[in-house]
Ligand binder design. Sequence first.
Ligand code: NAD
Length: 274
Amino acid sequence: MGKLDGKVALVTGSGRGIGRAIVEKLASEGARIVVNDLDADPAHETVEVLKKMGAEAVACVGNVTSPDFAERFVGTAMNTFKGIDILVNNAGYTWDDVIQKMTDEQWYAILDCHMTAPFRILRAAYPHIKALHAADVADGREVYRKIVNISSTSALNGNAGQMNYSSAKAGVIGMTRALAREWGRFNVNVNAVAFGLIHTRMTAADAKAGATVRIENREIRVGLNPEMLKTHAQRNPLGRGGTPEEAAGGVYLFCSPESNYITGQTIAVAGNLQ
Ligand SMILES: NC(=O)c1ccc[n+]([C@@H]2O[C@H](COP(=O)([O-])OP(=O)(O)OC[C@H]3O[C@@H](n4cnc5c(N)ncnc54)[C@H](O)[C@@H]3O)[C@@H](O)[C@H]2O)c1
């Protein structure tokens, strides 16, 4: 028996990194999964891995910023599994520059991905969440549904070179608090998890070596300066960055029944004291 047996979980950006670790954790507890990624190959590969684990899974490939994405994503969950129990807004990337070099294109791309896309996905989920809750009440069932929005310590503390990202990830915290107030009446817990340094492709690459990732038609610089990574580890009480599995563990706390009376909160999964 898993703690999430039969639950339907939707996780954006789950083809790689933390999102991938989140779906593996949720599936290991019995959830049925809607995988999303911008890139088709990692999305389909993740679905295959989940199926090999014995889970039910389906892919909804696409960019979370596409205008039709939100309806397609929640539609995939409703058509395939007839429900939405857990929704994690995880898809994202960074596109850094100091303010004097940051273009409008950079600013809006990051706000679109980290703030507007989750807003649209949650808005598209609304009629289903409302109807599913009404059916639970009619049948005398008490069911809690879970929204987890991914933020960052760059929002909590600020980070030089990330005015777009720090702002968007701070917006996610505001969105979390507002929606917790709107959806409490449907027994939906809405919380946020702010990651510190987690070792994924977003942070692992050597920025000085010019590493990039492709986000649709743009080649975006990623990675961190190796000296910064060393300093970060030295300053962190746990002496290191986190793994995707540890990051997923923080998200899982907010997906489990143990968090049924926690809503509107943000926890830092960062190994640090702030
Ligand atoms: N790694 C860290 O240190 C760290 C720290 C704080 C917050 N975060 C946040 O955690 C989340 C996951 O990051 P990660 O480190 O696992 O990155 P990652 O690059 O390893 O994985 C992110 C996945 O999301 C997908 N993706 C990116 N933009 C997308 C879009 N517009 N539509 C659909 N899919 C998209 C990518 O293709 C990729 O497979 C992001 O929101 C990120 O901002 C990460």
